[in-house]
Design a binder for this molecule. Structure first.
Ligand code: AKB
Length: 313
C-alpha cells in the first residue's frame, strides 16, 4: 500500500471527502489525488476537475499522476435518481465503465461502492444473505447491481483487482449526504443540535441498516488492504453494522436533547426504504477480511452530537 498513488473520483461527496482525508493521512498528501466536477470548498491536497463521463480526462489524470488505484465514488443516489432515471443510469454506469476500461489498460486496482439498494422487495429483509434475490426497484439500485456484475466480469475476464462493498446508509458529522433515502439519519442530528424540530420523510418504524462514518472508512481501507487470495466475493461484500428506525434514533437523540421534537411526513422515499433490507448478514466480510464494526446507535449518537456541537458553536 505504501507505494500506491490513489485517485478519488467524487472526492467532494459525503464519503469521498472523508475517505480522501483518511487516505491522505495514511499515504501522504501527494499520493492521493482528489477529483470531482467542482472544486472543493477547501483544498487540502492535489485536486483536479473531472467529469467521470470524460474518459480522456480520466486517462490524462491516471498518466499525469501515475495512478495505481481508483476509488470510483461518483454516483447519483436512490431518491435523486428517481427524478431522472436515464441520467442516473448514464452517470452511474458510464462512470464505472470508464474506470474499469482504464483499469484494464493501465493495470489499476479499483474500489466500487455498491449499496443495500441492490436488494428489492423479493429479497429476504432480515439478515439478508450475501447470495440472494437481487431485483432492485430504484434506478440507483439497478445501476449498482449491474455495476457489481461488471466488476466481477472485469475481474474474471481481465484480472482487474476490483473490490466492492454494499454500504448501508452512511452517517457522519463531517459531510452531508445528497439525494439518498437514508439521508434523514444525518439530517436529524443537525436539527437536534440546532435545537430545531425535525420532519422525517420516513415512517417511525422503518428500520434500515446504517453505519457510522469511521466504521465505513475503516471497512473500505481494510477491504482494499486485504490479501487478494483471501477475497471470495468479487461482486460486492455485504457490510453490516447497526439497524434502527426513525423512532429509535429519535429516542437515542432525546437522551441528549429531551425537548427535541419530531414529526413524520412520509413521502416517495418510504416505498424505496420498504423495498430494502432491515438487517444484513455480513458473514463473508467477517470471515474473509476480519470485518468487525465498532459503533452502535448509542456510541454513534454520543460522537455525532459531540462533534456537531463544536461545529455549530
Ligand atoms: C441512499 O440512501 O441512496 C444511499 C444508499 C443506501 O446507498 N445512502
Amino acid at each position: 500500500m505504501s507505494q500506491s498513488t490513489v485517485l478519488i473520483v467524487g472526492a467532494n461527496g459525503q464519503l469521498g471527502s472523508v475517505l480522501t482525508d483518511a487516505l491522505r493521512a495514511e499515504l501522504g498528501e501527494n499520493r492521493v489525488i482528489g477529483s470531482d466536477i467542482k472544486m472543493p470548498k477547501e483544498e487540502k491536497g492535489p485536486f483536479e476537475l473531472l467529469d467521470i463521463m470524460d474518459k480522456e480526462q480520466l486517462h490524462r489524470l491516471v498518466r499525469k499522476y501515475q495512478v495505481t488505484e481508483v476509488y470510483q465514488l461518483a454516483a447519483i443516489l436512490s431518491a435523486k435518481g428517481e427524478e431522472n432515471p436515464k441520467l442516473a443510469w448514464d452517470i452511474n454506469m458510464n462512470g464505472l465503465f470508464n474506470v474499469l476500461e482504464i483499469a484494464r489498460e493501465c493495470n489499476l486496482k479499483v474500489f466500487f461502492p455498491s449499496s443495500i439498494a441492490v436488494f428489492g422487495s423479493h429479497t429476504p429483509r432480515q439478515q439478508t444473505p450475501q447470495e440472494t434475490i437481487i431485483h432492485p426497484e430504484t434506478i440507483y439500485g439497478i445501476s449498482k447491481a449491474a455495476g457489481e456484475n461488471w466488476c466481477q466480469y472485469y475481474h474474471l475476464k481481465y484480472g482487474v483487482d476490483v473490490r466492492s462493498l454494499r454500504y448501508p446508509g452512511v452517517i457522519g458529522y463531517q459531510s452531508m449526504p445528497g439525494g439518498g433515502t437514508t439521508d434523514y439519519a444525518v439530517e436529524i442530528y443537525h436539527s437536534a443540535v440546532r435545537e430545531e424540530p425535525f420532519t422525517c420523510f420516513l415512517k417511525p418504524d422503518t428500520r434500515l441498516p446504517m453505519i457510522y462514518m469511521p466504521d465505513a472508512i475503516r471497512a473500505t481501507l481494510e477491504l482494499m488492504d486485504a490479501p487478494e487470495e483471501q477475497l471470495s466475493v468479487r461482486t460486492s461484500y455485504n457490510l453490516a453494522s447497526m439497524s434502527f428506525s426513525p423512532s429509535e434514533i429519535y429516542e437515542a437523540i432525546r437522551k441528549h436533547f429531551p425537548a427535541f421534537n419530531i414529526e413524520y411526513q412520509p413521502d416517495f422515499r418510504q416505498k424505496i426504504a420498504e423495498s430494502w433490507s432491515e438487517t444484513i448478514d455480513d458473514t463473508n466480510a467477517r470471515r474473509d477480511w476480519g470485518w468487525q464494526p465498532e459503533y452502535d446507535l448509542e456510541s454513534m449518537t454520543d460522537d455525532m452530537i459531540f462533534h456537531l456541537r463544536k461545529q455549530y458553536q
